[in-house]
Design a protein around this ligand. Sequence first.
Ligand code: ZN
Length: 433
Amino acid sequence: MKGAINWSDYYKTDPEKITALKSAFKANKIYAMALMPVRGSQGFRKLDYEYTEKELNVKEVMDKLEESHFNVFGLVIKDTDGACMWDTKIGWNPINRDILGEFCDVGKDRNIRIMVSFTSMNDAYQGVIHPERVSIHGTTGKKSGIYYKKGEISTHNEGEMRIDLPEGVSFKDYKKKVPFLTEKIDEKRGKVRGARGKGFIPTTSFMCPNSKHVDYLLKLVREVVNQYSISGFFADYIRYDGAFKDLCCCDRCLDKFRKNHGTKAKIIKSSEWYDFKSDTIAEYAQKLQSVIKKTTKDCTSGWFCLPGPKKMFTRKRLGQDWTKLSSILDVSSPMEYPYLMGTRDDGWYWGKLGNFFYWYFIRNMKKRIHEFKSPILAVTNSVECNAIEMLKQMRGFDFGLGISVFKYFGTTDDQWLALKKYAEEEIGLENLT
Ligand SMILES: [Zn+2]
């Protein structure tokens, strides 16, 4: 197969875990497409509740997936804004719909399983209503134009999503609905990844993983797995904020750290501190696993990880220990988005940059894939790249179980054709939908 890498030369996993996964998804190969309902109908740079509430057509989405032979649908039921896309008594649902319920209903008689993605520590809404649960900076500094002070909460301008006011609604009124909205506006669309959005800039918060935010999350998880018949529950943002090195230095975290590692252990820069961070995240993963499995054995648990250098990034900043987390949760899902860094469609330089990141992401996986103790199902992007780049990623990052593609809106007609052809000719689905 063109461009495929024989990943079994680099990594082995428990065959029983693979069998369990295949039977949970009732497929030999997983072919998944993801949808982020709150990000509107174009790409993922907008936060658009009006679109979700009034226009998102669930049946149309499922028909399109079926036509393209996808056998798994990944729905982001909670994005970084914090909105809950289901009928919830505990969380915040700003739209008048039960999106998850609608997809479950429409998907019932189709050969498409539903998995959900659940943003955990990053939560803009909770950051506003529970500032006492937001993680705290341990130093004073400046990062990518953001100034922060020791002791302050880590609520900052959101990098990715922008908001347009709905027609005829004033800023003041809209802020009542979306309390994390700010009056700052991004006017121009840039080519650098973090500068592609246009519109009002919201804030976002990384919550403290030792705060009551975790209890809140677990209640939401219980509610979802209880109410809906889903095949997979994947935790996203199961980590600290990757932009800063000094989180979280709240009293809760410092007390717990000293209790576990002694009063002499150094905060922020010590191997004890990094262990503490990854243990904290693993503790959440363990609780998540228990809640899911106690409710239903049929639901596969998973987590999304950001590829990158182990020491500098995943250990020191994110607190994601791949071995620990993949020993707890059923499936690991590395987010392999090299062509989000640059696409040939934006010009020669951006194409080169994308290619460089593709090479780097592959190399990084070759080096680190042995750290995973579970099956791996990578997610790669169709949005903001072209069909050739998309296919290259799909072939490169299929670690044997299939591939997930991010995301439904933003995929071009060219890409939809390529996706269908890939399903028919390459991925190896046993029965096409
Ligand atoms: Zn904390």
